[in-house]
Write a protein that binds this ligand. Structure first.
Ligand code: PMP
Length: 418
């Protein structure tokens, strides 16, 4: 697309060879067409946010604190916001000192900065299989190798994790980081059980592998009991990433990293070289908003909205999916992960789904090495419950069409696994 006629092609750094467009992003343009129900993107629904209140906050801020809000800030982030962030983390049982927080441009930047601190080209990052697409992009951009470890319904498998760490150590390239999304995992929606959290921490501790815990969805719980993040039990062995993108608004681009003090010092240096400082105006706006009692009420409403969409999706899957399909039942977050029997191919099927008016994300983007053709990710966060239901109905019809020829031996399958 952009390589053949690029006069600078021979000048790019080696790492750019691994920077490829994400399958999820590529889908966004298609999914944005009005006739398509998108169960693809993980965009939060910001439609119900109190924008009037926010506008008043920004106006008041500019009037009373304009000189600070429009000036450069510190690389670590606004001190008052860092205090508020600690309050937010305490809702999930994480006790933290504002000194150990670094405010970033979304948690995505924190992910990039942490990778920059720990990963040299050729180093290995261990992740869950599957994992967040754009984390894989970050690791690729830093020329990391990625080793993925299987999950079950309780999260990553500790035995397999331990074996992976041992294998990598035996090869002389011990894992640098274990990247995990323990709560309402992207893309599977799975939440690591309490017992599994302790086992996983123990495995990482024994192998001396630093944990990178990504928790943008933790406060979006629709049922079940809240589980403390890994960071709560292992403050010295976990770097924790948080974000206001899903609980407030992604357009604000405010996320953070909570890190052990020595790591935090280096993170501040990395943040400084990446951006000098996050926007003081944005940080102060978020802080003021958090300090109104509105945020807590808005969060409850947000969870109610997403719960009804999740329920609509689960009901529709039960009702419409052909036998042989299975899916996860998330207690929160944005995603349901669907597995189909051989030889259905979710990547090959996408065009037919789009033609039928529904978009999803094929499983392959969430794995390294081309796996995931029988899997797909559905998100229920953006469409209304009615649209979620209709989207699943359309998808099930496409699956059914692909299925029938497969079960009839005399016909050539319209879809194959290749
Ligand atoms: N981690 C995970 C698991 C995500 O799903 C996302 C957003 N899709 C991010 C990090 C990045 O979010 P942000 O930069 O908006 O905070």
């Amino acid at each position: 697309m952009h390589t053949t006629d690029d006069p600078w092609q021979s000048r790019y750094a080696t790492r750019t060879a691994l920077m490829v467009p994400s399958e999820v992003r590529a889908l966004f343009a298609v999914a944005a067409r009005p006739e398509i129900i998108s169960l693809a993107g993980g965009m939060p629904d910001v439609g119900a946010l109190p924008t009037g209140v926010m506008a008043d906050l920004v106006a008041a801020l500019l009037t009373t604190h304009g000189k600070t809000a429009l000036q450069y800030g510190t690389a670590q982030g606004d001190p008052s916001l860092r205090e508020s962030i600690c309050e937010v983390m305490s809702l999930e049982g994480v006790a933290a000192d504002p000194d150990d927080v670094v405010v970033t441009v979304g948690s995505q930047q924190a992910l990039d900065l942490v990778t920059r601190l720990f990963v040299d080209p050729g180093d290995t990052v261990v992740t869950e299989a599957p994992t967040y697409v754009t984390a894989l992009a970050v690791f690729a951009a830093h020329q990391a190798r990625v080793a993925q470890v299987e999950m079950d319904e309780e999260g990553v498998l500790p035995g397999a994790l331990s074996e992976t760490f041992a294998r990598l150590a035996a090869q002389g390239r011990p894992a640098k980081l274990f990247y995990t999304i323990p709560t309402f995992h992207n893309p599977t929606g799975i939440t690591m059980s309490a017992r599994r959290r302790q086992e996983v921490l123990e495995v990482c501790r024994r192998a001396r592998v630093l944990v990178l815990e990504d928790n943008p969805y933790g406060l979006l719980r629709y049922d079940g009991e809240s589980l403390r993040p890994l960071r709560a039990s292992a403050p010295d062995e976990v770097i924790y990433l948080g974000s206001f993108s899903k609980t407030l608004a992604p357009g604000l681009r405010v996320g953070w990293a909570l890190a052990p003090p020595a790591v935090r010092e280096k993170l501040v240096l990395a943040a400084e070289s990446a951006m000098l400082s996050q926007s003081p105006l944005t940080q102060m706006t978020v802080d003021r908003y958090l300090r109104t009692q509105l945020w807590q009420a808005q969060l409850v409403e947000t969870c109610t909205m997403y719960r009804s969409r999740r329920d609509a999706m689960l009901r529709a899957l039960e009702r419409y999916m052909p036998p042989g399909a299975s899916w996860t039942v998330p207690q929160g977050g944005f995603f349901v992960w669907v597995s189909l029997p051989e030889p259905l191919d979710t990547k090959a099927m996408l065009d037919a789904a789009v033609a039928a008016g529904v978009a999803y994300v094929p499983g392959t983007g969430f794995y390294t090495g081309g796996r995931g053709r029988r899997e797909l990710r559905l998100s229920f966060c953006y469409p209304t419950p009615e649209h979620v239901t209709e989207g699943v109905r359309r998808l099930a019809a496409v699956l059914q069409d692909a299925w029938e020829p497969l079960s009839a031996p005399h016909r050539i399958p319209v879809l194959s696994s290749r």
